[in-house]
Design a protein around this ligand. Structure first.
Ligand SMILES: Nc1ncnc2c1ncn2[C@@H]1O[C@H](COP(=O)(O)OP(=O)(O)OP(=O)(O)O)[C@@H](O)[C@H]1O
Length: 535
């Protein structure tokens, strides 16, 4: 691929670039100071950087900046000004989110901060990324504690909340999917390995953790959901006016399955199946959901591929059994998700053992799950035993995690639920911060998900390297967009993630550019970006 460059193409150092931009250097200094305030350990190197860039400012200015910027959206209105608010934010910044490795103030969790210094009252909201956050009680307790420790504070009011359900991805999503935060595919390549059992029990576990959850049974040939749950209403209703499907519900979880369409099993060809699945999924009025669990049809054929392309999947969970043959199938599934840039966050090895006569037996052998984890770098492996109760509860229409919430199987699902919640939060965080526009530097910052690589690009370079049909002739490959068509000082209006592989950048001329990470990685970079190295 040839990239469009400036005619003389001088390599611009980051320092040259910054100093050519108004206020760029000041930002570096302020940012460094902010980090030093929050983490302490960066202080010395930040000082050095401040000196090197030869800017001057006062600490009081910086501390007010810190309070404002660090709150990242916290709307503070104090009786006596900034100091009390900054103290509260500084206290709260001691609490680190273990998943993001960042403090809760920088994560933007602190909202609606109100300080009444005269009464010694502080109130704020902690808006977490998911209502199912496994450590929300710890956050609440710690937030109360650290603020109450401030000498002038007499009363702390913390309200816990979660971000509204919203997909991270841009693009033309069908209406029904626009209020769903995370979509999880539960997949296996062979039938009968327990994929539906895992999907249903995972969904009810997430609901038990406080999330709003839906299950979509995408298996048109052999829908299992109607057997595994017992909703009162076993037929999906239609909203004739809007031509949408209303999901049925069982114990607070929304459900859609071809098995509730009153048609029995389907006898259809592949393309028809894909059409039916897509219609069912995208025309359903899911409402606000934190997690939609999709029980995928087994295999990695066209039906599965089409489904993965229509739905912006956040993550996948692979279900397998311990046999060696199963490993080969699972590998196919992992490769499919990898091609589609959907991260596989966990492997569930089902039916791996049973206990009898005080001994543990492994009837199907051992190790195919751990082989998947090692070979494909999937971080989490969960073992599910053969348990007659799991099968019985599935057949009776009540998921095992509901029937026996304290049992061994439920404990494994709780661990899987925590893993899914944490990994989805991480993926959302990585994807939403992967490409951003730094107004002070006037540079596009790229931090490729799942890599340590971080670099800056000149906005005009990004725009000039658009590879869409509008900029490059599809047939001849000839460049239609000329270098001079794009002003040097162009700035992006909005950058939004598009799947796990690209971002959509909106420019002031109304052009919407799809920029895959692979393409951004090949563009000419702004070099000599100042690095913060711990002292
Ligand atoms: N760990 C387990 N212990 C005992 N029975 C299990 C276990 N896991 C699943 N089963 C049972 O095995 C059968 C198949 O499970 P399930 O329907 O979940 O598999 P599947 O992979 O979704 O199959 P399909 O592809 O046909 O939909 C069910 O009767 C289920 O109750």
């Amino acid at each position: 691929m040839t990239l469009l460059q400036a005619p003389s193409s001088p390599t611009l150092t980051f320092h040259q670039y910054c100093t050519s931009q108004p206020k760029a250097g000041l930002y570096v200094a302020e940012k460094s100071f902010l980090q030093s305030t929050l983490s302490g350990s960066c202080f010395l190197s930040s000082q050095r950087q401040v000196k090197a860039l030869n800017f001057s400012y006062t600490c009081s200015r910086l501390s007010s900046f810190t309070a404002k910027a660090a709150s990242n959206g916290a709307c503070a209105s104090s009786v006596s000004g900034q100091t009390a608010e900054s103290e509260v934010l500084k206290a709260l910044s001691q609490i680190i989110d273990p998943d993001f490795g960042t403090d809760i103030v920088s994560c933007g969790f602190v909202k609606d901060l109100l300080v009444d210094e005269n009464l010694g009252e502080v109130s704020f909201q902690l808006e977490l990324t998911t209502p199912a956050c496994p450590i929300k009680d710890m956050f609440e307790q710690k937030a109360n504690e650290v603020v109450a420790e401030l000498p002038w504070v007499k009363k702390v009011n913390v309200t816990m909340s979660a971000q509204p359900a919203k997909p991270i991805y841009a693009g033309q999503l069908p209406a029904g999917l626009q209020t769903i935060s995370n979509i999880i595919a539960v997949s296996s390549c062979k039938g009968g390995v327990g994929k539906s059992t895992v999907a249903v029990n995972l969904a009810y576990t997430l609901a038990d953790m406080g999330a709003r959850v839906g299950i979509f049974d995408a298996d048109v040939y052999g829908p299992s959901l109607p057997t595994m749950v017992s909703p009162e209403n076993r037929i999906l209703e239609m909203n004739a006016e809007k031509r949408t499907i209303i999901p049925t519900e069982y114990m607070g979880v929304k459900l859609v399955s071809f098995g509730f369409a009153g048609q029995g099993r389907a006898i259809m060809r592949g393309p028809m199946v894909s059409g039916v699945i897509n219609q069912l999924l995208t025309t359903t009025e899911w409402g606000e959901l934190d997690y939609l669990v999709i029980d995928m049809p087994p295999g990695t054929g066209d039906i599965q591929l089409t489904l993965c392309q229509v739905v912006p999947l956040t993550a996948a969970v692979i279900v397998t059994t311990p046999q060696k043959l199963a490993f080969i199938d699972v590998a196919k599934g992992v490769r499919m998700f990898s091609k589609l840039k959907v991260p596989c966050v966990a492997v569930v090895e089902n039916m791996c053992h049973f206990d009898a006569d005080g001994k543990r037996y492994y009837p199907f052998g051992r190790g195919s799950g751990s082989q998947v984890v090692q070979q494909f770098g999937i971080p989490h492996l969960f073992d599910l035993p053969i348990q007659p109760a799991l099968s019985a509860s599935g057949d009776s229409g009540m998921p095992e995690v509901v029937a026996d919430p304290q049992g061994e199987v439920s404990r494994t699902f709780q661990e899987l639920g925590v893993c899914v919640v944490q990994q989805c939060a991480k993926i959302r965080q990585q994807v939403s911060t992967a490409v951003s526009y730094d107004r002070s530097f006037k540079a596009i910052k790229v931090k490729v998900p799942d890599s340590d690589e971080e670099f800056y690009l000149h906005p005009a370079t990004v725009r000039r390297n658009d590879r869409s049909a509008q900029s490059v002739d599809e047939w001849s490959g000839e460049q239609k967009l000329q270098y001079s068509d794009i002003p040097d000082d162009i700035e992006p209006e909005e950058i939004r993630p598009l799947g796990n592989y690209a971002v959509e950048i909106t420019w002031p001329d109304g052009f919407s550019q799809i920029a895959p990470y692979d393409q951004l990685q090949m563009m000419e970079r702004l070099v000599e970006v100042p690095q913060l190295t711990p002292a």
